[in-house]
Design a protein around this ligand. Structure first.
Ligand code: GLU
Length: 277
């Protein structure tokens, strides 16, 4: 017997809810189907960019749209001790090391790029056992050691496509604990998906490549493997990427202009993005 799916919509409260969010939330809710559960999670570990006012506004707008969580909302900033616990375990297993390099030092020393376009860390601090007093380190995953332990580069299951080969080996030593927050997106998202029993991670295609890293963490921590469904991102009439910066419509603006929730859910850009899936 297969269990009903559990899916989530996991916005970061760095601004107001917009049509791109609506597309993501609708995709996630559709993944839950009739018998499944749709959760909302607030990913607010980046305290410099996330605010409680945006968190409250996201909640209000999602409720107005009828896209609210079927379980109490998990807010990442309230669970920092759990993430620290995972970091401690990985550190004890000698899978993490402190890195004191600045961005400029890394950019100057590295010549390769990861599948997501980020710079691959050249491994300086690990190789040289570097420690610089007065600088707070980030903590990096020793990817080679992790993959040796797993004896594979983990793949994932993409709904509608089947198994996708992972590319974690091309990412190098990714940061799992940032200098400013002490945690990271990769760490918190995988921890929470496991903790909340998410069976189908539904999110935008911009996070497709990050899945390779997420699978490594799941395998290292023996967390269950969810399925993934990466959906098309919302685009403007000309097919260009729509973002907060180039005018993606805010739900509050539409509400103020007299749109009903039903009309917002059937906005032409939303329907087009959903059809593209
Ligand atoms: N919080 C992330 C964002 O707003 C989404 C994370 C995820 O779905 O894995 O882009």
């Amino acid at each position: 017997m297969t269990l009903p799916p559990v899916t989530r919509f996991a916005p970061s409260p760095t601004g107001f809810l917009h049509l791109g969010h609506v597309v993501s939330a609708l995709h996630a809710r559709a993944s839950a189907g009739q018998g499944g559960r749709f959760l909302v999670r607030i990913e607010d570990i980046d305290t410099a960019r996330c605010t409680s006012a945006f968190t409250a506004a996201l909640g209000e707008d999602l409720q107005w749209l009828g896209l609210w969580s079927q379980e109490p909302v998990r807010q990442q900033s309230r669970h920092l001790a759990e993430y620290t616990h995972v970091l401690t375990e990985l550190r004890n297993r000698e899978l993490l090391y402190p890195c004191f390099c600045t961005r400029a030092e890394i950019a100057a020393a590295s010549t390769s790029y990861a599948p997501d376009g980020s710079i691959v860390y050249p491994g300086t601090c690990f190789r040289d056992g570097r420690s610089i007093s007065g600088r707070v380190p980030v903590w990096r995953l020793n990817m080679q050691r992790a993959l040796n332990e797993l004896q594979e580069v983990p793949s994932w299951y993409e709904v509608g496509q089947g198994r996708i080969s992972g590319r974690a080996d091309e990412f190098g030593d990714v940061v799992l604990a940032r200098r400013d927050t002490g945690v990271s997106y990769h760490l918190c998202v995988t921890h929470d998906d496991a903790q909340q029993g998410v069976t189908c991670v539904t999110r935008g295609r911009d996070l497709y490549d990050a899945t390779s890293i997420h699978r490594v963490l799941q395998c290292l921590m023996k967390w269950p493997e969810p399925h993934y469904r990466h959906h098309a991102l919302i685009k403007d009439e000309g097919g260009r990427k729509l973002s907060k910066r180039n005018g993606v419509e805010g739900i509050r603006t539409l509400r103020a202009a007299g749109w009903t929730a039903e009309q917002v859910l059937a906005h032409p850009l939303v329907l087009r993005a959903l059809a593209e899936s």
